[in-house]
Ligand binder design. Structure first.
Ligand SMILES: Nc1nc2c(c(=O)[nH]1)N[C@H]1C(S)=C(S)[C@@H](COP(=O)(O)OP(=O)(O)OC[C@H]3O[C@@H](n4cnc5c(=O)[nH]c(N)nc54)[C@H](O)[C@@H]3O)O[C@H]1N2
Ligand SMILES: Nc1nc2c(c(=O)[nH]1)N[C@H]1C(S)=C(S)[C@@H](COP(=O)(O)OP(=O)(O)OC[C@H]3O[C@@H](n4cnc5c(=O)[nH]c(N)nc54)[C@H](O)[C@@H]3O)O[C@H]1N2
Ligand code: SF4
Ligand SMILES: [Mo]
Length: 706
């Protein structure tokens, strides 16, 4: 910390996105006045993206919520009364106590957003309350399939090794665009460096994304068909004998079964399904297998499908066949240097476990083998709406905007309207907050104390976020949950935020206070950890054939299933909706539904965008910048056309997360350009995770007529 003219510079970690970039924050008179990349950060080395660079604008934005608000009229009337924290917390805790007594703890649900600093605190709060019902809009659609499959297949979570002495020779970007969406396991600057150092890139993406543009090979795939492509690549690597024989023999189980299983999944078979030329599939498989060390980056495009388990499994197997696990410059197993968060899961009763919505069916989402057991989103919102199998009466959301980020926004709206209590904690007013009973003002990342294990889930290093300033009466989410727990006398409510952080840091022999002084701890990476004790799977090997899955009633070897709504599966519907729709490709300027009110970011991307190929645009008389109506069997939205050859002709790509803070509430334009009006939350879901389909649906487009 340095001081000059009343200005202090304090080291912390940016969390405008999932976070991870080291930052030097300048504060003057209690206000953040400047942020700058920290050159000493071992991860980001001084780099920051434009969202992070806008932190000053976000922190000091005039629309920040500054005080707790209680509804003072009908829901959504826009009438609010400022109340004290004491009043808000007393009211809410009394209501929660009442619901628990009248309808059981499961009638209270908790919601949150993606990868925030308080993520695990929400899980703990659910366990303290005794409710099995919490959710986050990612989960089955984001990360849980990758983490779970990684654990089942290799006994741990893997991330690309951009951090050591050896740079990867090849990087596969599978439904992942880290040059825009990082950090999501990696940091943009490090991926860019690896590519600049000569790594051969292979992008598997229906769009020639920012990352695909830097790749040697682009496989333009039909959305939703990734498992077929992965199976064909396995087929090529085995048939051409270019797999890592020593690794496969010594460290895997089930190779012979896999070989037989994939024999019919030829590149020619996959071409008909994926629209990728078989010669390109063969070239990609060879390039990946023959250029070691290689990283295989997987994004959440492979999870937003009702075949998420088997898609992710097929891709996971590619890493094992090529022996790219836990080697320098390959995909490395996490070191998990800090202790797991004390979620108090032991406090959840047997009865509560049985009542977790959707858990009986989606065993890897909500059952005992699940990585982080949660409720199935469609089942939870259905219970709010219909009272089946029991009524969910209250929802407390800590940083989420489900009206824009959960599939089928209209049903989400109907569900939220049925609640007896909706509490939303956020930095800003949102369309979801606008229909709440209470709104609580959340602290921004410069106002928060927390640990950040990096990369998320792998936790190869740990950094300290520190409280630098205070805005209005904003409070860190953890504080709110701590205060509610204390008022309700819940188990674990005597443990403070610092107690929890110190417990997590214990294996490193330091406290949070000491970590703050050091900024980070980053031990040297230990490669090939499996050579000591084997992999952390039942066979101590990589499980190409997964018996655990078989025992749960799921296919032990990966399979392909056509998406339930697609040109091949529903050809009649495809006559009316002839294009394949994909949603949500990340944009540099925004984090999901956030930042539309931040002038410097919005200026760069003022309108919601649809990407389509010139051939399709011509068919519909659409030209660059026209407003276009995109429709699916669920509804229609308007978007501005970006006509580009960087997308497959038959595919339409739309932004997600759009609403318009500048418009009037309570809707703030959420029914105009919101991708989730078009998406589907109906079955079939992935049989293990319950994932629904956000990519690879059907749509049509037309020019808007005024
Ligand atoms: N169609 C479609 N839908 C998608 C996706 C897609 O690709 N396509 N992607 C899905 C995925 S992968 C995800 S992870 C979800 C994300 O879904 P969400 O997490 O719901 O999305 P966000 O807009 O990032 O966050 C919601 C709110 O959190 C607030 N916020 C930010 N920081 C804090 C904080 O520290 N505390 C509190 N209390 N509030 C805070 C923001 O102001 C914002 O209003 O969206 C999903 N929805
Ligand atoms: N700037 C910014 N960064 C973010 C986020 C954000 O909102 N903004 N969100 C964060 C979150 S929660 C997440 S989950 C990650 C997600 O980040 P990524 O995993 O990179 O996901 P996307 O950018 O949504 O999609 C990656 C690519 O998949 C392609 N794609 C679409 N459908 C398919 C398909 O069916 N198959 C294949 N193979 N490719 C397909 C898209 O064209 C896109 O280029 O980003 C994180 N980082
Ligand atoms: S990539 Fe994320 S952590 Fe890094 S500067 Fe941007 S918003 Fe902040
Ligand atoms: Mo996500």
């Amino acid at each position: 910390m340095t001081s000059q003219d009343n200005e202090q510079v304090i080291r912390s970690v940016c969390r405008v996105c999932h976070g991870g970039c080291g930052v030097l924050v300048s504060v003057r008179d209690g206000k953040v006045v400047k942020v700058k990349g920290d050159p000493e950060s071992p991860m980001s080395k001084g780099w920051m993206c434009i969202k992070g660079m806008s932190s000053t604008e976000i922190a000091n934005h005039p629309d920040r919520l500054l005080k707790p608000l209680r509804r003072d009229g009908e829901r959504g009337s826009g009438k609010w009364k400022s109340i004290s924290w004491d009043e808000a917390l007393n009211d809410i805790s009394h209501l929660l106590d009442k619901f628990r007594q009248e309808s059981g703890p499961e009638s209270i649900a908790l919601g949150q957003g993606t990868g925030r600093h308080h993520y695990m605190r929400v899980v703990r709060f659910a366990n303290q309350l005794g409710t099995p019902n919490w959710y986050e809009p990612g989960l089955a659609q984001c990360f849980i399939p990758r983490i779970t499959v990684s654990n089942l297949t290799y006994g741990g979570f893997v991330v690309g090794d951009y951090y050591g002495e050896v740079s990867p020779k090849c990087i596969v970007f599978w439904g992942h665009n880290p040059l825009v969406s990082g950090p999501d396991g990696e940091i943009i600057a490090l991926v860019r460096r690896a590519l600049a150092q000569g790594a051969l890139g292979i992008a598997i993406d229906p769009r020639r994304s920012e990352t695909a543009k830097r790749c040697k090979i682009w496989l333009p795939i039909r959305p939703g068909t990734d498992a077929a492509l992965a199976l064909a690549m396995i087929n090529v690597i085995i048939n051409e004998n270019i797999y890592d024989k020593e690794f496969v023999e010594k460290w895997t189980t089930g190779f012979e079964e896999l070989k037989v299983h994939v024999a019919s999944y030829t590149p020619q078979w996959a071409e008909g399904i994926t629209w990728v030329k078989s010669s390109d599939i063969i070239e990609a498989a060879r390039t990946y297998a023959l250029n070691k060390p290689a990283v295989l980056e997987w994004g959440m495009a492979i999870e937003q499908t009702p075949n998420s388990l088997q898609t992710v499994r097929a891709i996971a197997i590619l890493r094992s066949l090529t022996g790219n696990i836990d080697i320098p410059g390959g995909d490395i197993l996490g070191m998990n240097i800090i202790r797991g968060y004390p979620t108090l899961k032991e406090k959840l009763s047997e009865d509560a476990l049985k009542k977790r919505l959707g858990a009986g069916q989606y065993k890897l989402l909500g059952g005992w083998r699940a990585f982080m057991p949660s409720a199935h989103i469609p089942a939870l919102f259905n219970a709010m709406r219909s009272g089946e199998p029991y009524r969910v009466r209250a929802l407390l959301i800590f940083g989420g905007n489900p009206l824009t980020t959960v599939a089928n926004s209209r049903e989400v709206y109907e569900s939220l309207k049925k609640l007896d209590l909706l509490v939303v904690t956020d930095l800003f007013m949102t369309p979801t907050a606008a229909i709440a009973d209470y709104i609580l003002p959340a602290a921004f990342w410069t106002e928060v104390e927390q640990l950040i294990g990096y990369p998320l889930v792998a936790e190869n290093m740990v950094m300290a976020q520190q409280k630098i300033n205070q805005t209005g009466e904003c409070r860190q989410d953890e504080w709110i949950m701590d205060e509610l727990s204390k008022r309700m006398g819940l188990p674990g409510s005597n443990e403070t935020l610092h107690d929890v952080m110190n417990y997590q840091l214990e294996p490193l022999g330091i406290t949070y206070q000491e970590l703050k002084e050091r900024s980070f701890v980053h031990p040297a990476h230990e490669y090939r950890k499996y050579e000591k004790n084997g992999f952390r799977t039942p066979s101590r090997k990589v499980e190409l054939y997964c018996r655990a899955l078989e025992r749960m009633g799921y296919d032990p070897l990966p399979t392909y299933k056509e998406p339930p709504e697609s040109p091949l599966q529903t050809p009649e519907l495809a006559k009316e909706f002839p294009y394949v729709l994909t949603t949500g490709s990340r944009r540099m300027e925004f984090f999901h539904s956030e930042h539309r009110q931040i002038p410097s970011l919005r200026k760069r991307r003022p309108d919601p965008q649809v990407e389509l190929h010139p051939e399709i645009a011509a068919l519909h008389g659409i030209t660059q910048g026209d407003w276009v109506i995109v429709s699916s069997p669920r509804g229609s939205i308007r978007m501005k056309a970006l006509v580009t050859t960087d997308i497959i002709p038959g595919v339409i790509n739309i932004d997600h997360g759009w609403w318009f803070p500048e418009k009037t509430g309570p809707d703030y334009g959420v029914w105009e350009s919101n991708a989730n009006i078009l998406t589907n939350n109906a079955p079939p879901y992935d049989p293990a995770f319950g994932s629904y389909q956000l990519r690879g649906l059907l749509c049509r487009i037309e020019k808007e007529t005024v």
